[in-house]
Design a protein around this ligand. Structure first.
Ligand code: AMP
Length: 283
Protein backbone atom coordinates (compact mmCIF):
# COMPACT_ATOMS: atom_id res chain seq x y z
CA UNK A 1 0.00 0.00 0.00
CA UNK A 2 1.35 3.47 -0.84
CA UNK A 3 2.06 5.69 2.16
CA UNK A 4 -0.58 8.34 2.86
CA UNK A 5 0.05 11.98 1.93
CA UNK A 6 1.90 14.08 4.51
CA UNK A 7 0.67 17.62 5.24
CA UNK A 8 2.65 20.07 7.38
CA UNK A 9 0.29 23.02 7.80
CA UNK A 10 -3.00 23.41 9.63
CA UNK A 11 -4.57 24.88 6.47
CA UNK A 12 -3.71 21.78 4.41
CA UNK A 13 -4.92 19.48 7.19
CA UNK A 14 -8.25 21.30 7.46
CA UNK A 15 -8.72 21.37 3.69
CA UNK A 16 -8.46 17.57 3.46
CA UNK A 17 -10.64 16.98 6.54
CA UNK A 18 -13.28 19.40 5.16
CA UNK A 19 -13.35 17.51 1.85
CA UNK A 20 -14.04 14.25 3.69
CA UNK A 21 -16.68 15.89 5.89
CA UNK A 22 -18.44 17.27 2.81
CA UNK A 23 -19.16 13.68 1.76
CA UNK A 24 -20.43 12.80 5.25
CA UNK A 25 -17.35 10.88 6.42
CA UNK A 26 -16.34 10.51 10.07
CA UNK A 27 -12.76 11.34 11.07
CA UNK A 28 -10.55 9.71 13.72
CA UNK A 29 -7.22 11.08 14.92
CA UNK A 30 -4.22 9.23 16.40
CA UNK A 31 -1.62 11.64 17.83
CA UNK A 32 1.92 10.19 18.01
CA UNK A 33 5.54 11.21 18.37
CA UNK A 34 6.58 8.83 15.57
CA UNK A 35 9.06 5.93 15.78
CA UNK A 36 5.96 3.84 15.35
CA UNK A 37 5.32 0.26 16.51
CA UNK A 38 2.36 -2.11 16.75
CA UNK A 39 0.99 -0.14 19.73
CA UNK A 40 0.49 2.96 17.59
CA UNK A 41 -0.83 0.91 14.66
CA UNK A 42 -3.41 -0.80 16.91
CA UNK A 43 -4.85 2.68 17.57
CA UNK A 44 -5.09 3.34 13.82
CA UNK A 45 -6.98 0.06 13.43
CA UNK A 46 -9.27 0.99 16.33
CA UNK A 47 -9.85 4.36 14.64
CA UNK A 48 -10.92 2.61 11.43
CA UNK A 49 -13.59 0.74 13.42
CA UNK A 50 -15.05 4.07 14.53
CA UNK A 51 -14.53 6.37 11.57
CA UNK A 52 -14.10 6.38 7.78
CA UNK A 53 -10.73 8.15 7.78
CA UNK A 54 -7.86 8.08 10.24
CA UNK A 55 -5.46 11.01 10.49
CA UNK A 56 -2.22 10.29 12.36
CA UNK A 57 -0.04 13.11 13.60
CA UNK A 58 3.70 12.78 14.02
CA UNK A 59 5.19 15.48 16.20
CA UNK A 60 7.94 15.15 18.79
CA UNK A 61 6.60 17.75 21.18
CA UNK A 62 9.38 19.78 22.85
CA UNK A 63 6.90 21.19 25.39
CA UNK A 64 6.59 17.85 27.20
CA UNK A 65 10.33 17.23 27.62
CA UNK A 66 12.38 18.79 30.44
CA UNK A 67 15.73 20.28 29.34
CA UNK A 68 17.64 17.26 30.72
CA UNK A 69 15.37 14.73 28.95
CA UNK A 70 15.71 12.93 25.61
CA UNK A 71 14.09 15.35 23.11
CA UNK A 72 17.18 15.44 20.83
CA UNK A 73 17.82 11.69 21.12
CA UNK A 74 14.16 10.69 20.62
CA UNK A 75 14.05 8.25 17.65
CA UNK A 76 12.79 9.77 14.40
CA UNK A 77 12.10 8.13 11.02
CA UNK A 78 9.31 9.65 8.97
CA UNK A 79 9.72 7.43 5.89
CA UNK A 80 9.38 4.19 7.83
CA UNK A 81 6.50 5.64 9.88
CA UNK A 82 4.65 6.65 6.71
CA UNK A 83 5.02 3.13 5.25
CA UNK A 84 3.66 1.53 8.44
CA UNK A 85 0.76 3.99 8.62
CA UNK A 86 -0.12 3.26 4.99
CA UNK A 87 -0.17 -0.48 5.67
CA UNK A 88 -2.44 0.11 8.69
CA UNK A 89 -4.97 2.05 6.58
CA UNK A 90 -4.21 5.59 7.75
CA UNK A 91 -5.47 8.17 5.22
CA UNK A 92 -3.38 11.25 6.09
CA UNK A 93 -0.31 12.19 8.12
CA UNK A 94 -0.06 15.56 9.82
CA UNK A 95 3.60 16.27 10.55
CA UNK A 96 4.08 19.94 11.42
CA UNK A 97 7.47 21.34 12.40
CA UNK A 98 8.10 22.95 15.77
CA UNK A 99 7.81 26.51 14.40
CA UNK A 100 4.38 25.71 12.93
CA UNK A 101 3.11 24.41 16.28
CA UNK A 102 4.82 26.97 18.52
CA UNK A 103 5.35 30.13 16.48
CA UNK A 104 7.21 33.13 17.87
CA UNK A 105 5.23 34.62 20.76
CA UNK A 106 3.39 31.42 21.69
CA UNK A 107 2.33 31.93 25.33
CA UNK A 108 -0.47 29.51 26.23
CA UNK A 109 -0.31 26.35 28.31
CA UNK A 110 -3.21 24.03 29.16
CA UNK A 111 -3.05 22.86 32.78
CA UNK A 112 -5.19 19.92 33.93
CA UNK A 113 -5.47 19.50 37.69
CA UNK A 114 -6.57 16.41 39.64
CA UNK A 115 -5.72 13.28 37.67
CA UNK A 116 -2.40 14.80 36.51
CA UNK A 117 -1.03 15.37 40.03
CA UNK A 118 0.48 12.06 41.29
CA UNK A 119 3.02 9.65 39.70
CA UNK A 120 4.13 11.07 36.32
CA UNK A 121 2.93 14.52 37.42
CA UNK A 122 5.32 14.35 40.37
CA UNK A 123 8.26 12.74 38.61
CA UNK A 124 8.02 14.74 35.36
CA UNK A 125 6.29 18.00 36.33
CA UNK A 126 6.48 19.42 32.79
CA UNK A 127 4.93 16.42 31.07
CA UNK A 128 1.16 16.77 31.33
CA UNK A 129 1.07 20.53 30.71
CA UNK A 130 3.05 19.90 27.53
CA UNK A 131 0.89 16.94 26.51
CA UNK A 132 -2.42 18.71 27.24
CA UNK A 133 -1.31 21.79 25.31
CA UNK A 134 -0.19 19.91 22.21
CA UNK A 135 -3.15 17.50 22.19
CA UNK A 136 -5.58 20.41 22.63
CA UNK A 137 -3.95 22.10 19.63
CA UNK A 138 -3.95 18.93 17.51
CA UNK A 139 -7.63 18.25 18.24
CA UNK A 140 -8.55 21.85 17.40
CA UNK A 141 -6.46 21.75 14.24
CA UNK A 142 -8.00 18.52 12.94
CA UNK A 143 -11.42 18.58 14.68
CA UNK A 144 -11.89 14.80 14.51
CA UNK A 145 -15.02 13.01 15.75
CA UNK A 146 -12.95 10.62 17.81
CA UNK A 147 -9.33 10.52 19.01
CA UNK A 148 -7.47 7.42 20.19
CA UNK A 149 -4.87 7.10 22.91
CA UNK A 150 -3.10 4.08 24.44
CA UNK A 151 -3.67 2.69 27.92
CA UNK A 152 0.11 2.21 27.96
CA UNK A 153 0.11 5.87 29.08
CA UNK A 154 -2.94 5.42 31.26
CA UNK A 155 -2.58 8.56 33.35
CA UNK A 156 -2.10 10.58 30.15
CA UNK A 157 -5.33 9.06 28.78
CA UNK A 158 -7.20 10.26 31.89
CA UNK A 159 -5.66 13.74 31.61
CA UNK A 160 -6.77 14.01 27.98
CA UNK A 161 -10.29 12.73 28.75
CA UNK A 162 -10.58 15.33 31.53
CA UNK A 163 -9.33 18.14 29.28
CA UNK A 164 -11.67 17.22 26.41
CA UNK A 165 -14.61 17.25 28.81
CA UNK A 166 -13.64 20.42 30.68
CA UNK A 167 -12.84 22.44 27.54
CA UNK A 168 -15.88 21.19 25.56
CA UNK A 169 -13.66 19.97 22.74
CA UNK A 170 -16.52 17.92 21.29
CA UNK A 171 -14.26 14.93 20.56
CA UNK A 172 -14.81 11.43 21.85
CA UNK A 173 -11.63 10.20 23.56
CA UNK A 174 -11.14 6.44 23.29
CA UNK A 175 -8.45 4.32 24.98
CA UNK A 176 -6.85 1.27 23.36
CA UNK A 177 -5.30 -1.67 25.23
CA UNK A 178 -1.51 -1.86 25.71
CA UNK A 179 0.22 -3.85 22.98
CA UNK A 180 3.09 -5.99 24.31
CA UNK A 181 6.09 -7.88 22.96
CA UNK A 182 6.00 -11.68 23.18
CA UNK A 183 7.72 -11.56 26.60
CA UNK A 184 5.23 -9.06 27.97
CA UNK A 185 7.25 -5.83 27.67
CA UNK A 186 4.93 -2.98 26.70
CA UNK A 187 5.92 -1.68 23.27
CA UNK A 188 7.46 1.77 23.39
CA UNK A 189 9.53 3.90 21.03
CA UNK A 190 12.00 4.28 23.90
CA UNK A 191 12.64 0.50 24.03
CA UNK A 192 15.05 1.21 21.15
CA UNK A 193 17.42 2.75 23.74
CA UNK A 194 17.84 -0.61 25.56
CA UNK A 195 21.02 -2.64 25.04
CA UNK A 196 20.57 -6.35 24.30
CA UNK A 197 21.30 -7.25 27.92
CA UNK A 198 18.94 -4.55 29.24
CA UNK A 199 16.23 -5.70 26.86
CA UNK A 200 16.32 -9.17 28.45
CA UNK A 201 16.08 -7.69 31.97
CA UNK A 202 13.26 -5.32 30.86
CA UNK A 203 10.85 -8.26 30.57
CA UNK A 204 10.95 -8.51 34.34
CA UNK A 205 8.92 -5.31 34.67
CA UNK A 206 5.64 -6.78 33.32
CA UNK A 207 6.36 -10.09 35.09
CA UNK A 208 6.78 -8.37 38.47
CA UNK A 209 3.70 -6.21 37.88
CA UNK A 210 1.60 -9.18 36.89
CA UNK A 211 2.67 -11.06 40.07
CA UNK A 212 1.91 -7.98 42.16
CA UNK A 213 -1.53 -7.65 40.59
CA UNK A 214 -2.28 -11.31 41.44
CA UNK A 215 -1.32 -10.64 45.05
CA UNK A 216 -3.51 -7.53 45.19
CA UNK A 217 -6.40 -9.59 43.81
CA UNK A 218 -5.80 -12.14 46.57
CA UNK A 219 -6.30 -9.35 49.11
CA UNK A 220 -2.71 -8.62 50.17
CA UNK A 221 -2.15 -5.06 51.42
CA UNK A 222 -1.12 -2.71 48.59
CA UNK A 223 1.81 -1.18 50.45
CA UNK A 224 3.51 -4.52 51.15
CA UNK A 225 2.96 -5.68 47.57
CA UNK A 226 4.41 -2.42 46.21
CA UNK A 227 7.51 -2.58 48.43
CA UNK A 228 8.18 -6.17 47.45
CA UNK A 229 7.79 -5.38 43.73
CA UNK A 230 10.26 -2.48 43.98
CA UNK A 231 12.76 -4.77 45.74
CA UNK A 232 12.46 -7.41 43.02
CA UNK A 233 13.13 -4.87 40.29
CA UNK A 234 16.09 -3.36 42.12
CA UNK A 235 17.56 -6.81 42.70
CA UNK A 236 17.33 -7.45 38.93
CA UNK A 237 19.28 -4.28 38.09
CA UNK A 238 16.56 -1.64 37.70
CA UNK A 239 17.24 1.66 39.41
CA UNK A 240 16.00 3.99 40.47
CA UNK A 241 12.43 2.71 40.56
CA UNK A 242 10.44 5.97 40.37
CA UNK A 243 7.27 4.32 41.68
CA UNK A 244 5.19 1.19 41.87
CA UNK A 245 1.84 2.29 43.23
CA UNK A 246 -1.80 1.26 43.08
CA UNK A 247 -4.23 4.12 42.35
CA UNK A 248 -7.90 4.39 41.52
CA UNK A 249 -8.23 3.96 37.73
CA UNK A 250 -10.68 6.86 37.38
CA UNK A 251 -9.67 9.48 39.91
CA UNK A 252 -5.96 8.55 40.22
CA UNK A 253 -6.38 8.75 44.01
CA UNK A 254 -3.82 6.71 45.96
CA UNK A 255 -5.39 3.62 47.51
CA UNK A 256 -5.66 3.51 51.27
CA UNK A 257 -4.87 0.46 53.45
CA UNK A 258 -7.16 -2.54 53.23
CA UNK A 259 -8.20 -4.73 50.32
CA UNK A 260 -7.74 -3.24 46.86
CA UNK A 261 -11.10 -1.96 45.56
CA UNK A 262 -12.48 -2.63 42.09
CA UNK A 263 -11.25 -0.33 39.34
CA UNK A 264 -7.75 0.00 40.81
CA UNK A 265 -4.63 -0.03 38.64
CA UNK A 266 -1.03 -0.71 39.46
CA UNK A 267 1.34 1.88 37.95
CA UNK A 268 5.09 1.59 37.53
CA UNK A 269 7.98 3.69 36.27
CA UNK A 270 11.55 2.47 36.55
CA UNK A 271 14.93 3.22 35.04
CA UNK A 272 17.00 0.53 33.38
CA UNK A 273 20.36 2.11 32.58
CA UNK A 274 19.56 5.32 30.67
CA UNK A 275 16.04 4.19 29.69
CA UNK A 276 12.92 5.01 31.67
CA UNK A 277 10.20 2.37 31.29
CA UNK A 278 6.57 2.85 32.33
CA UNK A 279 3.74 0.34 32.52
CA UNK A 280 0.41 -0.18 34.27
CA UNK A 281 -1.93 -3.12 34.88
CA UNK A 282 -5.59 -3.29 35.82
CA UNK A 283 -6.06 -4.98 39.20
P1 AMP B 1 3.82 8.23 21.69
O1 AMP B 1 4.24 8.22 20.25
O2 AMP B 1 4.70 7.43 22.59
O3 AMP B 1 3.52 9.62 22.19
O4 AMP B 1 2.44 7.46 21.73
C1 AMP B 1 1.37 7.83 20.89
C2 AMP B 1 0.15 7.09 21.32
O5 AMP B 1 0.37 5.68 21.23
C3 AMP B 1 -0.24 7.36 22.78
O6 AMP B 1 -1.64 7.45 22.88
C4 AMP B 1 0.30 6.15 23.49
O7 AMP B 1 -0.37 5.85 24.69
C5 AMP B 1 0.06 5.06 22.45
N1 AMP B 1 0.92 3.91 22.70
C6 AMP B 1 2.27 3.91 22.89
N2 AMP B 1 2.71 2.66 23.15
C7 AMP B 1 1.62 1.85 23.13
C8 AMP B 1 1.41 0.44 23.33
N3 AMP B 1 2.43 -0.38 23.61
N4 AMP B 1 0.16 -0.04 23.24
C9 AMP B 1 -0.89 0.80 22.96
N5 AMP B 1 -0.75 2.12 22.76
C10 AMP B 1 0.48 2.65 22.84
Amino acid sequence: MTPPPIVRTVAALRQQVAAWRATGERIAMVPTMGALHEGHLSLVKLGLERADRVVASIFVNPAQFAPHEDFDAYPRGEGRDADLLGQAGCALIFAPDVAAMYPQGFATRVAVDGVSVPLEGEKRPQVFGGVATVVCKLLNQCRPDVALFGEKDYQQLLVIKRMALDLDLGVEIVGGPTVREADGLAMSSRNAYLSEAERRVAALLPAVLSDAVSRLRQGHAAEAVEVEAVARLEAAGFGPVDYIQAHDGETMRRLGPGPTPEGARLFAAAWLGKTRLIDNWAV
